[in-house]
Design a protein around this ligand. Structure first.
Ligand code: A2R
Length: 317
């Protein structure tokens, strides 16, 4: 089996590349360099801009992957508010360029996994927190709108052209190497700075009462591998833990892992208007079709994230 990961240099891409190589033994083509060099017998590394349609076609003709994981994106919600045009261009036009390139190669119909987001569900009615793939979408930011659009294109191409496209709505995934613009990484980084004596003994937070569904990124990429093999074409799958925890609980667990007494303080700049109080993924469909379940406990992931930032603070990374 030959796979291609588009957007391999990103947070998830590095983990997915390792999973494909070390656990599935798939030969893999990676666009852009992942953080560490992988065994070349398994991986070919190329530069590919999904906004250049001819380049996509050339790469596909050369490598003809059986499975394509489309991870390339502008993935920041904050940046999507500042630059909705660029977010739309990369996330939607990039996806259409890929789908068109595949469609126009005669006799070629690879499995394609399009990665969307739990953000697509957006604002939920007050009595709803568990969301299935059938829950109506009310995207509340430009990033979420682009992911809804991407997945609509995926479903439409699968139906209209018989393409083997599977769509994902991934909920919060966390792990070492994640950028501190995401909440768990932000708290771990601040805690690491305190542990290393580089910050006063206080963590600045946003809304702590909101509840979110967190999954270790290694469990997430395992789900992607299974969906590439067993997901049904034209279908959308939630990927998450199925449980939600309050951000406050997440923070207290990180503080507990640090072994220190750390104060917390609200930072008005981190409070988001109309934050959704509680959301978690209904993963019945994913479990039924693939047998997947999350395996890595949250405390273990947080422990590894904290250790990652402590190493970074000490200049050991
Ligand atoms: O912007 P860069 O140089 O960091 O590269 C990002 C890459 N990317 C592109 N690749 C090819 N052609 C483009 N025009 C293009 N624009 C951006 O996509 C980066 O290496 C990758 C996305 O990685 P992250 O931002 O770290 O996202 P993450 O967390 O790995 O999420 C993977 C997927 C995304 O579709 C998210 O929207 C979704 O999962 O949650």
């Amino acid at each position: 089996m030959k796979a291609m990961v588009i957007g391999a240099a990103g947070f998830v891409g590095g983990y997915l590349a390792r999973h494909l190589k070390q656990e599935l033994y798939w030969k893999t083509v990676l666009t852009k360099l992942p953080e560490e060099t992988l065994n070349e017998r398994f991986c070919t590394i190329i530069d590919l801009d999904v906004l250049k349609p001819d380049d996509i076609t050339a790469v596909l003709l050369e490598h003809r992957p059986d499975v394509i994981f489309h991870l390339a994106a502008q993935s920041s919600v904050a940046l999507s508010w500042k630059n909705p045009q660029m977010t739309m261009t990369v996330n939607v036009m990039g996806c259409i360029n890929l789908l068109e390139a595949v469609r126009n190669i005669e006799g070629y119909n690879p499995r394609i996994l399009l990665i969307g987001s739990g953000e697509e569900y957006g604002h939920l009615p007050p009595d709803v927190s568990l969301v299935s793939e059938e829950t109506p979408l009310h995207p509340g930011n430009p990033y979420a709108v682009t992911k809804v659009t991407q997945n609509l294109f995926g479903a439409m191409y699968a139906k209209a052209y018989g393409m083997e496209i599977v769509m994902v709505r991934a909920f919060n995934h966390i792990g070492a190497g994640q950028q501190p613009q995401f909440v768990a990484a932000d708290f771990c980084k601040q805690t690491a700075e305190i542990v290393c004596g580089k910050r006063e003994n206080v963590i600045r937070t946003g809304n702590l009462s909101a509840k979110r569904d967190f999954t270790d990124v290694r469990d997430v990429v395992r789900a992607y591998g299974l969906l590439a093999q067993r997901g049904r074409a034209g279908e959308i799958y939630n990927v998450g833990s199925g449980k939600s925890i309050a951000i406050e609980e997440l923070l207290q667990e990180i503080i507990r892992l640090s072994g220190l007494h750390i104060r917390t303080e609200t930072d008005p700049g981190k409070l988001r208007p109309a934050d959704i109080p509680d959301v978690r993924a209904d993963i019945t469909k994913l479990q039924k079709d693939t047998g997947w379940s999350p395996e890595i406990p949250l405390w273990q992931t947080l422990c590894e994230m904290l250790a990652y930032f402590i190493k970074e603070q000490k200049g050991e990374r």
